[in-house]
Design a protein around this ligand. Sequence first.
Ligand code: RAT
Ligand code: ZN
Length: 416
Amino acid sequence: MNKTMDLQKTASAVFARTPVTDIHTHLFDPAMGPLLLWGIDELLTYHYLVAEVLRARPELGTKTFWAMPKAKQADLVWQELFVKRSPVSEACRGVLTVLKALGLDAPKEDLTKLRKYFRAQKLSSHVERVLQLAGVKCVYMTNDPLNPSEQAAWEKGFARSGRFLAALRLESAIKDWPQGAGALKALGYAVDSSLSGRTLREVRRYLNDWVRRMKARYLSTTLPPEWRYPDIHSSITNLLVKAVIPTARERGLPVALMIGVRKAVNPALGDAGDSVGLADLAALERLALGFSDVTFLVTVLARENLHGLCVAARKFKNIVPFGCWWFLNTTSFIGEITAMRLDLIGLSFIPQHSDSRVLEQLIYKWGHSRCVIAEALAQKYADLAHSAWPVTEANIRRDVAALFDGRLINQRTSIS
Ligand code: RAT
Ligand code: ZN
């Protein structure tokens, strides 16, 4: 590649042509029916925007907001955050990116017309179009067998789409034990609150059964900032260490840990009510050391933890940092985080996941991420060119594929 070559353009163009594997979303296989959220009302009532509209209307009671029908909530969000103010936040801009990509003229269309457009779509072709516009090859779902509607869909069975892969989510079963015990019992697992040997065996049986049934590719859970390892008094640590990790190891699957969320600090806000806290990464390092043949896909919620996570990954090859999670999924943070990861761990991380909850969000979450990740990569290639290292388009293609095709999920880590 000659020196005048515009690395930024090349990196962006390569990236635009590289289909990504989105390793964490809350989307569902279209065959699972209403579980897959899509359309303008869902986009506007995304919990990120709920938090923002309640700030715009501080006198409005949260209960009053939740009592409104979804379309009315969406009307309010549109009025307050798009009409009365400029929609500058990441989540607001995201809606505009989606509408533009779908060929809709947001400022000229009112919600009625936008609703009409979405109502006219046939879901199967709309899903394909959205994936194509987002440049996404396949997405991982977040699958919880203890969610009654999800359980019913799995038990009934459906023709799986190759685009929607499964990941078994663990909180409902193992967090705040023995809260999950009742639901496990109802499914026929002979657990009790004591975490005795039989209970652990039964939890493992539950995990094995559902990994098999869903063809789950990894097991995942969020963890609070207070999570520690070792910790003989903590039920979640005991369940992780004695049930989840042994099952993952036996089946050759990774465990995804999403650390640093403080759940329901403002319960009235529902999904929008969770907050952030600083994780103890020394606990993660001890876990990685103790289970050196298990891959841990790790994301953290606190910006202050990102550097420590890169350092931990340098020490433990079985830690794979992934994504810019939730409050860090904004263009300014993605740029900063990606540059730091490239500096510290080269190409051995998964730069982003979308966390989309509404189908069309794939378009903006990947659109916005692609721009800044391409910039961060281009800067690295410019540095290499400056050091007289030949940067070729083929090499850029190879690197971008390694970052985004999901291969790190399947990497095997041998015992140290
Ligand atoms: O980013 C989000 O939408 C959060 O509400 C959570 O879903 C988080 O990503 C999680 O998976 O718990
Ligand atoms: Zn999520």
